[in-house]
Design a protein around this ligand. Sequence first.
Ligand code: BGC
Length: 385
Amino acid sequence: MIKQVWICMIGAALVFSMSCAQQSEDASKKEGTVTMTQQPFGDVEGKPVELYTFTNANGMEVGIMTYGGIIVSIKTPDKNGQTADVALGFNSLEGYLKGHPYFGALVGRYGNRIAKGKFTLDGQEYTLAINNDPNALHGGLKGFDKKVWDAQEIEQDGQPALELTCSSPDGEEGYPGNLTCKVIYSLSNDNELKIEYFAETDKATPLNLTNHVYFNLAGEGSGDILDHVVMLKAGKFTPVDETLIPTGELRPVEGTPMDFTQPTRIGDRIDADDEQIKFGGGYDHNWVLDNQSGQLALGGLVTEPTSGRILEFYTTQPGVQFYCGNFLDGTLVGKAGKAYEKRNGFCLETQHYPDSPNHPNFPSSILKPGETYHHVTVYKFSTEK
Ligand code: BGC
């Protein structure tokens, strides 16, 4: 009996000390230093562009440049510790300047479409450029994705963060009000890439800031994303017309190819015989997230079976545009020297619903003077064990 008690005590002590060791190892990773370096990355119209690179205690690395606030790279390990860059983009600024479909970019003033480039606010009609016939898309001809943002290194919770600011004068791209914007990027030792958005205006204006990073969790340039498995915490989506403008309905996903409430391979239904799929050329829709509280909550999760990489996204926003790169057509060559073909990347653009200024039943996307626009999105990377 005494012998058994001793064996139990020694066993318990062993388990305890092992779990302490594990905890302190985890703690040291979480508590390690995140570094941020800065290097020149060219210039745009005489204005220098800087590339900032975060590296965390796990060796995860994220590169962000001041042109468009673009996420240029996200290097993160797979289940065997092999690192790959999971964000689509180019090796140099020139690639971005030649034109691209918003790879990694900050999008504003209004992410996604506004029908026929028109909206009425406080009794006045506003007209925007039609840059996605017959609609306005992603902030216009020179949206926030094409501005060189001012950058400052700041500290958040004892770690470095990148603060980007830009201003948009009254009438820019047809939008009302002098707007000031601030975006703070940071990388944690939990492999969380956090993007925090702030803005203020002196006249009411629609505002829908987002980031348009394209992911391929098997590594950029490694082919299509059809084997990725997606779960979205969204019981409804906003169906669109043939020009991808929401009809105004919030339609249950149940029984449709839009149902990702259970983890589902992207390729399973992306070419389904379904009107919504046809309009989008695949998935290119806004999902109505179940979390409408404005508090940060899990919006969904994507896994890639070969690499074992997992991407979770958390957001305070009411919607997410799940776009599967249906319009990529092989003309752009990415960082690994591979052409980006149709569906070689996917986006999870956390946002207000497209065309909200023309749909009073959608959550309001109007920022008024005296208010501070604020939202947060976190992309968190991990691997299957
Ligand atoms: C839109 C797509 C568009 C893509 C690139 C997405 O947010 O929904 O229709 O092609 O951005 O501009």
